[in-house]
Design a protein around this ligand. Structure first.
Ligand code: PEP
Ligand code: MG
Length: 754
């Protein structure tokens, strides 16, 4: 925001303050304010719509539209351009509003002569309470500065509208008492589990009570002190050498530190105070701006960073005037946190014993918060847009992270049923814990290796208790994704050393970086691609940018000094790619050994089977690899040509189909013939019914997320592989899109616990 653009608001704010401080009917004062805005912004129209009960936006004051429209023109949220601004809580800037598909013409307003339109939401405590619009006859384009200035003005208007006298005079903001009724909401499961607790809002609905500064120098001083306190508090957090402070959260706080010193962020806030706002209004103004940007960006990495910035603004509020942080480390009751979105560091801020679940308005399964929550066993429901409208702080919330639903203010029956489900789950879990030290051997005495998939150091902490034989897949990219800068070789070495230390001699398969597609890294220049899943990703990046692959392999070699090193490459489509990648590894081992005389005790090199092309080169591939692991998530994606991230099509095809099972059987047979160890590490390995079929198809090594280990071990111990193989072979020869029911019936008839 340039200061030139804000000299206007500064004068305007003074005039608005005089009107607000004046006497008389609040509606008359609102009318005066729209006149002031119109003349200040050189607009022919300025109108203010306010939210009525039932999500209706009513025209309350206008300069330029016909006066008889006041209190008569009403639009539903989502209806017309004004309704659209309220529904999305974001500005709209149009040079020809009438040609916009959402335009809804209201003859009583006489607005047909106005073409350009700039509208912004009026928000209070995170909710939209109205819309402020300016219009001009000419088809003009409002500048970015004008849009920002109008958003700032909307904050000031929000203060007037929320005043007690305004509410008393107009019965505004009557929400018809919705907030007391029980309510069921649906969302997407981002982390499995069941949780019950009292709602707290992660983004405390910060209500700015005073928008216009009385003394700008004082406000600058308040802002600067708050920034200094924020910076100190982050330093303090980073200096704690606490066990609970994991390496992942340290990385994330390092990123916060960078943002807290970010000049452009600080400058934007100072400029907003200069324009006449109080320190809190300036923080809010810049935060709203970040949120607007966030709603338009799809790149997952940039979204995560903007969400960090958003969190930082929340923290900054709490430091104003020395008000210190809400204590999230010590919650005094079981809690469900409600957030629009959240960074992984913020999740780690909460008391882990009392935090029972999280509900997000946004969020995806691959977001950092979901990854960390799964590692911590905290259920998360995401993409639950309705939650922010329906929940109040203090409400009881049940989160069903098995079926993708949440219950707000539930009735007693619902609570009882839910508690019953929780007891069943706890019993199941206790049963699995008892199996921890028992062997995974089938009834016909076939040993089965059960491994865990991991990617964070937190996973390794759980590994001790999980009863897994080893780490069948260590997704190294997760470490890269939670950082703001490319980790240096030494940092990577330190990490891989910790992983091997924590594994205490049990085997660990390190997979080299599998980035690209939806896993973006900021320090890797990535062009936008039409089909990222088929694009420049995984080993393709590694071979095109060998320095990156080399530095990662070097770190692994150093970490494994005197120990076993097992490396696996992702997305290999040609034998030649594997040989090229393996040669890079071998060169690194030799280089290290020449330099220091130290090398791994033994080295095994393998590849993922994820691309159908490599399945047809198995006889050649198996001569050169030490092992393979089937990545069924990607193999299915490419086999069926179905985007694994697109919920519209992912459920259309199935692993338990005659076709895909035949492919899996072929891979296992070829590997067994060639005497090359084969495992499977896609999601299917962790589901008991699918895992039972995999035993029948010839797999004896399954790697899965932690929650699959108990149920799959129980299944293995109740299964007879010879009988399953007979049955599964018959199913492979059929032509069924799904044989799920047949397998269920088999399990029931043969008492296999699935
Ligand atoms: C797979 O593709 O099955 C796999 C295990 O890798 P990721 O899910 O990390 O792509
Ligand atoms: Mg994969």
């Amino acid at each position: 925001m340039s200061s030139a653009a804000l000299s206007g608001p500064r004068i305007l704010f003074r005039q608005i303050r005089e009107v607000m401080a004046g006497e008389g009917d609040p509606e008359r004062r609102l009318q005066k304010i729209v006149q002031l805005i119109a003349s200040n912004m050189i607009a022919e129209v300025c109108s203010c719509y306010l939210m009525r009960a039932g999500d209706l936006l009513e025209l309350f004051a206008t300069q330029g539209l016909k006066q008889e429209a006041v209190h008569n023109t009403r639009l539903r949220v989502g209806e017309g351009l004004v309704g659209d601004i309220a529904a999305h809580a974001r500005p709209l800037n149009l040079s020809d509003a009438q040609s916009h598909p959402q335009f809804a013409y209201r003859p009583e307003t006489g607005e047909e002569i106005y073409h350009s339109l700039l509208g912004v939401p009026i928000k209070r405590g995170g909710r939209v309470i109205g819309v402020l619009v300016v219009q001009n006859q000419t088809m003009r384009v409002y500048t970015e500065e004008e849009s920002e200035a109008l958003q700032t003005i909307a904050m000031v208007v929000a203060e007037l509208i929320s005043s007690e006298e305004m509410i008393a005079a107009t019965e505004l903001l009557d929400t018809a008492g919705n907030a007391t009724k029980p309510h069921r909401l649906t969302g997407r499961v981002l982390a499995e589990g069941l949780g019950i607790g009292t709602a707290i809002l992660h983004e405390p609905h910060i209500v700015v009570r005073k928008t216009i500064a009385e003394n700008i120098a004082e406000e600058i001083e308040r802002l600067n002190s708050a920034v200094a306190r924020l910076q100190d508090s982050i330093e303090d957090m980073l200096s704690v050498s606490d066990e609970a402070f994991t390496d992942e959260s340290r990385d994330i706080f390092e990123a916060y530190k960078m943002f807290a010193h970010d000049k452009s962020w600080l400058k934007k806030m100072t400029t907003a105070v200069d324009s006449g706002l109080t320190a809190e209004a300036a923080i809010k103004r810049v935060q709203d701006d970040t949120r607007n940007r966030m709603s338009q960006i799809t790149d997952p990495y940039i979204r995560e960073r903007l969400s960090d910035l958003d969190d930082l603004a929340n923290r900054l509020f709490l430091h104003l005037d020395g008000n210190i942080e809400i204590d999230r480390q010590h919650l005094d009751q079981d809690t469900v946190v409600i957030a629009r979105n959240m960074g992984a560091a913020e999740l780690l801020d909460y008391d882990r014993v009392r935090l029972k679940a999280v509900v997000l308005v946004e969020g995806t399964r691959s977001s950092h918060v979901a990854i960390v929550a799964r590692a911590l066993g905290i259920p998360v429901l995401g993409q639950c847009a309705e939650i922010s409208k329906s929940v109040e702080e203090g409400d009881l919330v049940l989160v069903d992270g098995e079926n993708g639903q949440a219950f707000l203010r539930p009735s007693d029956d619902v609570i009882q049923t839910f508690e019953r489900s929780m007891r069943h789950r706890a019993e199941r879990q206790a049963k699995y814990a008892a199996l921890r030290n028992k062997k995974a051997v089938t009834l016909d005495k076939q040993p089965v290796q059960l491994n865990m998939n991991a990617g964070l150091l937190i996973d390794l902490d759980n590994f001790q208790d999980a009863g897994a034989d080893g780490i069948g897949l260590f997704r190294t990219e997760l470490q890269f994704m939670v950082r703001s800068q490319m980790p240096k070789v030494d940092e990577q070495t330190e990490l891989y050393t910790k992983v091997l230390d924590k594994a205490k001699g049990r085997p660990v398969i390190f997979r080299t970086l599998d980035v690209g597609g939806d896993k973006a890294l900021p320090y890797l220049e990535m062009k936008e691609e039409e089909n990222p899943a088929l694009g420049w990703r995984a080993i393709r990046i590694g071979l095109d940018r060998p320095a990156l692959l080399r530095s990662q392999l070097r770190a692994m070699v150093r970490a494994a000094a005197g120990r076993n090193l097992t490396v696996m490459f992702p997305m290999i489509a040609e034998v030649s790619e594997f040989l090229e990648a393996k040669a890079i590894l071998m060169r690194e081992i030799e280089r290290e050994s020449n330099r220091t005389g130290i090398k791994p005790e033994a080295v095994a090199v393998g590849t993922m089977i994820e691309v159908p092309a490599i399945v047809w080169q198995l006889p050649q591939l198996l001569k050169v690899v030490d092992f393979v692991s089937v990545g069924s998530n990607d193999l299915m994606q490419f086999f069926f040509a179905v985007d694994r991230g697109n919920s519209r099509v992912t459920d259309r095809y199935e692993m338990l189909s005659s076709g895909f099972m035949s492919v899996l059987r072929f891979v296992a047979q070829e590997c067994n013939k060639a005497n090359v160890p084969v495992s499977i590490c896609g999601d299917v390995a962790g589901r008991p019914l699918e895992a039972m079929a995999l035993l029948g198809l010839g797999y004896r090594n399954l790697s899965m997320s932690i929650e699959g280990l108990g149920p799959v071990k129980e299944m293995v111990r109740s299964a007879d592989t010879a009988k399953i193989a007979d049955f599964v072979n018959k199913l492979c020869n059929m032509r069924e899109p799904t044989v799920r029911e047949q397998l269920r019936a088999f399990a029931k008839d043969h008492s296999v616990i699935i």
